[in-house]
Design a protein. Structure first.
Length: 215
């Protein structure tokens, strides 16, 4: 009887586990499908928008090596500006404590790439992608925007933009030479979290604040 009971419980666990994995997979590819025409790696496909939203990431890995996700996003933002696809760059990232400041690091890298300082605006309260996208609309007053990050990240950001009524197009920065599987695994669960926040919780950014004009 005990073995029979344990077998039933194991089968139920496997059954619900498979359903969970199926739903997670469907959510991932549903988001891809919803934004499939809203991003590109080709700069000529990118529409002209006043502002590019550069999504933050750390400049270095935990090993101390340069983070290629960071480096490639800077290159992508500079390419858009130099090709007159955007006039300003809104850098949105995490500045949760004194020792970690994504926007400032990205600003320094953009200036080194030749972007004038007065063309760069910083959002220090972009603690996550949802906050960055919604704040670009509600705080920085943008109705149309070009989002700059890697393809998998752009897809999630574009889905958020679509759901909050922000017209956005994503310019896909290059991936690292050796993509990190951990990053893609984290993206899978980030999309699940985002889906609940958008569709069930109607979540707002952690901070909003007074409007900031980009000009």
């Amino acid at each position: 009887m005990v073995n029979k009971f344990l077998t039933k419980r194991l089968l139920k666990f496997i059954y619900f586990g498979l359903i969970g994995f199926l739903l997670i997979g469907l959510n991932y590819f549903y988001i891809n499908y919803q934004v499939k025409d809203l991003h590109s790696r080709a700069i000529n496909d990118v529409p002209n928008n006043q502002v590019g939203l550069l999504l933050g990431t750390s400049a270095k890995l935990k090993t101390g090596q340069p983070n290629q996700y960071f480096t490639n996003r800077i290159k992508a933002a500079a390419a858009l500006y130099n090709n007159k696809k955007i006039q300003f760059i809104l850098v949105s990232g995490d500045n949760s404590d004194r020792t970690y400041n994504e926007p400032e690091k990205m600003k320094d890298a953009l200036i080194e790439s030749g972007i004038p300082e007065n063309r760069i605006f910083l959002d220090y309260a972009g603690f996550n992608t949802l906050d960055s996208v919604i704040r670009s609309q509600k705080v920085f007053g943008q109705n149309r925007i070009t989002i700059i990050s890697q393809k998998f990240h752009n897809q999630r950001a574009l889905y958020i933009a679509k759901k909050v009524g922000l017209k956005a197009f994503g310019f896909n920065a290059d991936n690292p030479n050796i993509p990190t599987p951990k990053v893609y695994a984290r993206e899978i669960f980030a999309r699940v979290k985002m889906f609940f926040e958008i569709h069930l919780l109607d979540k707002d950014p952690k901070f909003l604040g007074e409007p900031i004009q980009i000009n």
